[in-house]
Ligand binder design. Sequence first.
Ligand SMILES: Nc1ncnc2c1ncn2[C@@H]1O[C@H](COP(=O)(O)OP(=O)(O)OP(=O)(O)O)[C@@H](O)[C@H]1O
Length: 246
Amino acid sequence: MTAGTIELSGVSTAYEGSDLPVIRGISFSIAAGEFVVVGGPNGAGKTTLLETINGMLPITNGQATVCGLDVAAHGTEVRKRVGYVIQNFAFDPLAPFTVGNVVIMGRYGLLGYGRQPREEDHRAAEEAMHLLGIEDLVDRPIGKLSGGQQQKVLIAQNLAKKPEILLLDEPFSNLDLFARSFVGEILTSIAEAGCTVVIVSHAFDALPGHDIRILAMNEGRISMDAHCRGDEVEERIRRLPGAVHA
Ligand SMILES: Nc1ncnc2c1ncn2[C@@H]1O[C@H](COP(=O)(O)OP(=O)(O)OP(=O)(O)O)[C@@H](O)[C@H]1O
């Protein structure tokens, strides 16, 4: 079974127009349903790692295989199976979309160009909004919501896709303490249901208490690959060399 798996073998990636690799010769395997936190100092390459897994960057060395697909050759197919909640996204205050419009957009990549959402697409969007507790916002203009509410909408949009893998870049950044634990619990339940969850974060206080895999990064490389409880992650990351800025 390859659904939800991530395999990197000696992978390096560089941004367009640059010869310098940002990710440098990284290798690891992530199994379906794993709950992984990626930590490390600013500029370590954490976002770049998520973009690499999601097939958004040219791979200059090695091979990345996601859900059994070679990322370099099948980026579009990979992105149908992977949800990616990007860092610090904020909607234009005048964006002409409701919350319901934004969540159903999560289904568009599966539908194909110009196709209208079907009953099952609306159902998937409703389920995702229900899970995030945002059904009452469905008709609200997205640009008029708070940062934390917009963050929940983006997570719902990606869950509506029913991804095999969910990548989240700083998902807790706009959320209050209560919302952070709430989202942490949702991500745990998603992983328990078999969806691989990979979170880049500097905020570790909302991580669930169960066993978590930590991948720490420094200067484009993996500096630690370990397991611990959610409430031990911060201490483990702090003890790493080069972690002073984390
Ligand atoms: N679009 C881009 N073009 C060129 N270089 C980039 C681009 N995005 C990031 N970089 C560079 O790649 C390196 C890693 O950046 P990345 O955003 O992956 O780090 P990060 O670990 O996620 O940092 P942070 O914790 O600050 O979000 C940095 O040196 C950064 O300047």
